[in-house]
Design a protein around this ligand. Sequence first.
Ligand code: CDM
Ligand code: ATP
Length: 268
Amino acid sequence: MIVFPNAKINIGLNITARRPDGYHDLETVFYPLKINDVLEVIEANELSFESTGLEIPGDMDDNLCVEGYHLLKKDFPKLPPVKIHLHKNIPIGAGLGGGSSDAAFFIKLMNDKFSLELSSDAMMEYARKLGADCAFFIENKPVFAFEKGDEFEEVKLDLSGYHIALVMPDEHVSTAEAYRGVKPAPVSETLYDLIKTPIANWKRTIKNDFEGHIFRDRPAIRGVKAELYEHGALYASMSGSGASVFGIFEAEPDLKNMEENYQVFYNV
Ligand SMILES: C[C@](O)(CO)[C@H](O)COP(=O)(O)OP(=O)(O)OC[C@H]1O[C@@H](n2ccc(N)nc2=O)[C@H](O)[C@@H]1O
Ligand SMILES: Nc1ncnc2c1ncn2[C@@H]1O[C@H](COP(=O)(O)OP(=O)(O)OP(=O)(O)O)[C@@H](O)[C@H]1O
């Protein structure tokens, strides 16, 4: 069985409080992107994991798909061993949630393949244990997310009439490091309301709280956002904890000069 885990972007990200468990409360809007990994699972005699494509840091046991297998196996001891093949295409350490998506799609695939009969809520519960971003990818539709980023309210947001371009500078930001640099603060106007306003307003109203310190330490990323605006973006922002930056355009932009320095994905 083969599935195609996709990336996400965060449109707006407000970090509102530090939680007693060391995590942070936040509000963000998750939007699915058309950049995909390929994940194949075959029944086998022993558990194995192999990856092709982009190199994934860490060994087999650190991979979120393998962690997902162990998590399910605890509750479904009869689950047979599987061979997992992941072709990695979503940039890593990019704020695109690639690892989280692989894990969520792995859970959905195992649920289908072995008829585990888990509800969407039950799969989200497993996903939450693997990472804050992970639960979003179970239903994988635009949502306003709150608390740790793993509780959701559906939002009607359809950007299919726009062109989203994604630019990947040659920088990788660790999520934990990104959170350490932020001073949480409550918001005066919730993103849940702001996201319903015209995109032309977003440049003024919708922010990613990570940009402050990450742009200070890594000016190249700030430069990418500025260039997207110079190319006519209606809205541009770093995604999640970076380092990728996306731009929302009315028509397909010509970013050829950016392609010389960065990896550019069009119409994602
Ligand atoms: C930056 C975002 O991608 C925005 O969507 C997410 O908040 C990160 O989600 P994720 O990568 O799935 O995060 P996890 O793997 O659960 O956590 C990685 C690290 O990020 C920090 N973390 C994450 C989520 C959150 N709400 N508060 C945090 O402080 C913690 O230090 C944690 O150890
Ligand atoms: N299947 C996987 N794909 C990529 N990274 C993985 C995977 N499983 C575990 N990891 C670990 O997770 C780390 C970050 O992965 P990922 O690419 O999802 O981060 P990110 O782009 O910063 O996403 P996020 O938006 O969730 O912060 C990697 O450095 C790697 O060690």
